[in-house]
Design a protein around this ligand. Structure first.
Ligand code: NAD
Length: 485
């Protein structure tokens, strides 16, 4: 299998690699160096139409392919991802700016887990039946929808791309998928892997391009019956406004502003180590990062001193070096946004305890987009810094006195994706978990994932759930059949 990466990427439509029909490209920029290092198809509705035509042709056979065969193909894809871990990890790091060790340890293994997990789902998926007091039975058919659209963001490129594609294919659908235009390379390589793994042509079509032209062409296409989207709340709102009047099935996984709630009685060392990660992993560019740290007042000063000391020891630098704990943020646009948020925090009266500035490594990365991990205190729950998603290496600290105040502060957000609780008091932890307005709660841990569990948010963090049977149900239509005997 040839996994070399050409300067100009191509779309993968009908099992073939092809240039965008309009002949237009977008620059691909390496965030660690700031240099253009590739070109991405700037696809439009013509490319999407070609992909839909291919998918329509492929659907009758794929939807009837025995589950065991689908399992084998998806499992082959997982196997090939594992075999190509080093190539994929390097591509992901060059595209995204994240440390190479992180791509190797998290992003790529998770992409193969997604395929392996949903390969088995194809074999195990079953539907309900309801008997009627001996007079008859209802049974439910779970049938593939047809052609579905999967649109993913740049922060965990292949990890989130495969999280959507794998269940869609396992359930027997044909897919039109668009990775982020900011991080397209791992999706390009995945297309090569799928071709090699024996996925029939037209079953998965990967089309590159931006949101307004390529993404919206997917959302608007009348023959694409469901949209699974992960990205910003702003884009989710736009997508819903187009897809809802067309009565498409919609799964929207959107932004977050997650609280990390620390009580004085927690396992201190475990909390400190994990909080460092939940604040700054992937440069804070994980929708599940705990960007609002709420600390019981009696340990606020102790936490602040220790935390800031540890944050200042996080080495920012070339993502290709093992010693770098923090790489570059994903783009100049995002760098400007995050730096603007830090400036706003200053204007709102916040105190910058550490970071607050850009960082310029020596050598090859001197023009990259690096930001020193930043900790801010002194801002209340109504400040924009504490209400708007920043999605970068920036966290705020807020003290609380009581359980009730912690709950009020945690829920003081228009978002509702996830929350983390640190306490040894199990009663308090479970009570709080039940009262938090969000879709995912971690108690004394963070980002521990079991792929069977429902994943998603409430409020402005989205609608619908991914993961396990939730994903298989999303990617199928339920049809009830009633038989009276
Ligand atoms: P984004 O919304 O700008 O883009 C996401 C994807 O949508 C990209 O592929 C983009 O091209 C496409 N897109 C943009 N506008 C579109 C439109 N009008 N129609 C169709 N497609 C469109 O988001 P981003 O900047 O790539 O990612 C960061 C955001 O994603 C953050 O808000 C983060 O919280 C969120 N996110 C959420 C989750 C979750 O599971 N809830 C996971 C990861 C990231």
């Amino acid at each position: 299998m040839d996994l070399s990466i050409p300067f100009q990427l191509e779309n993968y439509i009908d099992g073939k690699f092809q240039p965008p029909l309009g002949g237009q490209y977008i620059d691909n920029i390496e965030p660690a160096t700031g240099k253009v290092y590739g070109a991405i198809p700037h696809s439009n509705e013509k490319d999407i139409q070609a992909a839909v035509t291919a998918a329509e042709k492929a659907f009758p056979a794929w939807s009837k392919t025995p589950a065991e065969k689908r399992f084998q193909i998806l499992n082959n894809i997982a196997q090939l991802i594992d075999e190509q871990l080093d190539v994929l990890a390097l591509a992901e790091t060059n595209d995204n700016g994240k440390p190479l060790w992180l791509s190797q340890e998290v992003d790529i293994p998770r992409a193969s887990s997604n395929f392996r997990f949903f390969a088995t789902a194809a074999m195990h998926f079953a539907a309900e039946s309801h008997t009627m007091d001996g007079s008859g039975i209802n049974y439910t058919l779970r049938q593939p929808i047809g052609i579905v659209g999967c649109i993913s963001p740049w922060n965990l490129p292949i990890y989130l791309f495969t999280w959507k594609i794998a269940p869609a294919l396992a359930a027997g659908n044909c897919v039109i998928a668009k990775p982020s235009e900011v991080t397209p390379v791992s999706a390009y390589l995945l297309a090569k892997i799928c071709q090699h793994a024996g996925l029939p042509q037209g079953v998965l079509n990967i089309v590159h391009g931006d949101g307004p032209h390529c993404g919206e062409a997917i959302v608007k296409h009348p023959d694409i019956k469901a949209i699974s989207f992960t990205g910003s709340t702003r884009a989710g709102e736009r997508i819903a406004s187009i897809a809802a009047p067309m009565f498409k099935k919609l799964s929207l996984e959107l932004g977050g502003k997650n609280p990390n709630i620390i009580f004085a009685d927690c396992d201190w060392e475990k909390m400190m180590r994990t909080t460092l990660r939940s604040s700054f992993a992937n440069q804070g560019q994980i929708c599940l990062c705990g960007s609002r740290i709420l600390i019981e007042a009696s340990v606020y000063e102790k936490f602040k001193t220790e935390f800031v000391t540890r944050v200042q020891q996080l080495k920012v630098g070339d993502p290709l070096e093992d010693s770098s704990k923090q790489g570059a943020v994903v783009s100049k646009l995002h760098y400007d946004k995050v730096m603007g948020c830090i400036e706003l925090a200053r204007k709102e009266g916040g105190t910058i305890l550490c970071g607050g500035n850009a960082f310029q490594p020596e050598g090859r990365c001197k023009d990259g987009f690096f930001i020193a991990p930043t900790v801010i205190e002194g801002l209340g729950p109504q400040c924009i810094t504490n209400t708007e998603e920043i999605f970068g290496p920036v966290v705020t600290l807020q003290p609380f006195e009581t359980y009730e105040e912690a709950l009020t502060l945690a829920n003081a957000s228009s978002y509702g994706l996830s929350a983390t609780i640190w306490t040894q008091d199990v009663t308090k932890a479970h009570r709080l978990a039940g009262n938090l307005q969000c879709g995912i709660v971690w108690i004394n841990c963070w980002l521990v994932r079991d792929l069977r569990t429902p994943f998603g948010g409430t409020k402005n963090s989205g609608v619908g759930r991914e993961g396990g049977w939730e994903a298989m149900r999303f990617f199928t239509e339920a049809k009830n059949v009633c038989v009276v005997v």
